[in-house]
Design a protein around this ligand. Structure first.
Ligand SMILES: Cc1cc2nc3c(=O)[nH]c(=O)nc-3n(C[C@H](O)[C@H](O)[C@H](O)COP(=O)(O)OP(=O)(O)OC[C@H]3O[C@@H](n4cnc5c(N)ncnc54)[C@H](O)[C@@H]3O)c2cc1C
Length: 493
């Protein structure tokens, strides 16, 4: 399937929409960003500034260029927001697209949608024999996917027969089969995404993609540029490939190879806590004292450190007493960081990378890290067939890497692994844990989230007292407070 990028929408001034019916006003988000940009210097009310921008789009564009690029007031471009449909993009390229944190994405789930076998042969793979082998392996992966899906579904229905009376239970068992069968699918598998991105991020994406080593990602950048430039030419200016984006990581890699003998594969554990804020508990509690007193932070920290454990727990309990299931813990929980070194499967990484309030650095997939085989595949006696095919995948990966380094990962599967360095503050860990330690989360990421939480509890024993998955929250809360938390009812419309 050919990649398609569709501009699905962008924000326009509502008054411009009304005027559009009477006289053809240009509908562009640029008039809003230009009007807002003038707020900082003009005494005129903002609705008047909008009106001026709408009437004089050419001047609005000129003013955008000056304010954003000459004066460096880049955040003005964030007032222009675009929606894109992206169809026929590989899972590999999606990893590059979803690197950008201040954007919103919704992606076709391999857990809920039965896949039809659409895939991409990377354009860099010019060698005819390699292309043939690539297609052949993908065909085998797709065939095994269908076989695994059928067998695991049947197995699930037999194992959990009592559950399958209700239609939604049947769907759940089917989805569980999909989520495990997909471990044999490669990163060349195509998917679709809906994305909402502001112009500041679009410009950054276009610039980064222009320098990207993967042709598919460069194509995505070119398509983005073509669509957005037409609607909002004044906010997309620095879009060309450049040495900083193109060369830096390659040069770091070569330098490291020269200088260091890094042990590339060690049989270490899949979740390690490699660093955390010393006195993290005290720092979070001190931030509460700071917020509510007029003392300087150092004196707050000293006071907290002198407190007995009982008093520290009391302070923590006060901060969370009214915390209901869907509430976020207070911002002061951001004053302790935790850094994890993880080894995760492609399937798990696809989910982990979606947590945008984290710092995530990853290295390429590496077959030497082994693979993750879902238990259900073992239960239906398909492990041998699975491993046999993975052997073929690995051989082809090395063949491709020898001729076109960096392209081999397209053939690797959701079962292959990579190393990830992930730094979160405790507030984000609460969020990750709530979502991902819950039984509704997929087993692979649930396992990693559980291990991350266990390590955090040792490092920050007080401020993690309520850490856990959504479904455990009432019990966890009760253990600490001796009563269940309040449950806010969802209003009936
Ligand atoms: C059971 C389950 C099923 C899922 N299924 C799918 C699926 O089918 N398809 C799919 O694409 N994704 C799916 N996801 C991923 C999900 O949509 C989120 O992208 C992911 O869980 C990251 O969580 P988050 O967006 O809440 O928070 P994070 O990105 O971790 O950010 C933390 C918090 O910061 C705030 N925040 C961050 N960015 C923004 C923003 N731009 N605007 C406003 N607030 C922001 C929010 O309060 C957010 O909760 C699924 C997740 C779960 C747990």
């Amino acid at each position: 399937m050919k990649m398609r990028l569709i501009l699905a929408g962008y924000n326009v001034d509502l008054d411009a929409l009304k005027e559009y019916k009477q006289r053809r006003t240009l509908l562009t988000p640029e008039s809003i960003s230009a009007a807002y940009a003038r707020i900082s210097r003009s005494p005129k009310p903002v609705d008047v500034l909008r009106e001026i921008s709408r009437r004089e789009v050419a001047r609005a564009r000129k003013s955008n260029r000056t304010i954003i690029f000459e004066m460096g007031h880049h955040s003005v471009a964030e007032h222009a927001v675009f929606n894109f449909d992206i169809i026929g993009i590989s899972r590999r390229a999606i990893e590059e697209f979803e690197r950008f944190r201040l954007c919103s994405y919704t992606e076709k789930s391999q857990r809920y949608v039965t896949l039809k076998g659409d895939y991409l042969v990377p354009r860099e793979l010019q060698d005819r024999q390699l292309r043939k082998e690539f297609r052949s392996i993908i065909r085998q992966q797709n065939e095994l996917y269908v076989r695994l899906f059928d067998k695991i579904k049947k197995h699930n229905f037999e194992k959990l027969a009592a559950l399958t009376k209700e239609r939604q239970d049947k769907r759940l068992l089917e989805n569980l089969a999909k989520e495990d069968a997909r471990y044999i699918l490669s990163l060349a598998t195509q998917t679709q995404v809906g994305a909402t991105v502001n112009a500041r991020n679009i410009e950054l994406m276009i610039r980064r993609f222009a320098s990207h080593p993967l042709g598919e990602v460069r194509e995505l950048g070119e398509k983005l540029f073509k669509l957005v430039k037409r609607v909002a030419p004044s906010i997309i200016l620095f879009y060309e490939a450049n040495d900083y984006d193109k060369k830096t990581y390659g040069e770091i890699e070569r330098q490291c190879r020269k200088m260091l003998a890094v042990q590339t594969v060690r049989n270490d554990s899949d979740v390690e806590l490699v660093g955390h804020t010393a006195d993290g508990d005290s720092r979070i509690l001190a931030a509460f004292v700071f917020k509510s007193s007029h003392g300087n932070y150092d004196s707050c920290l000293r006071s907290v450190k002198k407190m007995s454990k009982k008093k520290r727990i009391e302070l923590f309990k006060k901060a969370c007493a009214h915390l209901e299931l869907y509430d976020v813990v207070l911002r002061e929980f951001e004053y302790a960081d935790l850094s994890y070194a993880l080894v995760v499967s492609g399937g798990c990484f696809g989910q982990l990378k979606r947590h945008r309030m984290a710092s995530i650095t990853w290295s390429d997939y590496d077959p030497r890290l082994g693979i993750t085989v879902p238990e259900s595949i073992k239960e239906v006696d398909e492990e041998e067939r699975f491993l046999e095919l993975i052997k073929g995948v690995d051989e082809l990966y090395y063949k491709i890497e020898n001729t076109r380094p960096g392209i081999g990962s397209y053939i690797l599967t959701n079962a292959h692994r990579r190393r990830v360095l992930m730094k979160v503050n405790l507030r984000e860990l609460y969020h990750v844990s709530r979502l991902r330690e819950d039984p509704t989360a997929q087993w692979d990421i649930r396992d990693k989230a559980h291990k991350m939480s266990a390590l955090a509890k040792r490092a920050l024993p007080i401020t993690t007292l309520l850490l856990g998955g959504k479904s455990d929250y009432p019990q966890v809360y009760r253990r600490l407070y001796g009563r269940f938390p309040k449950v806010r009812q969802v209003p009936v419309p």
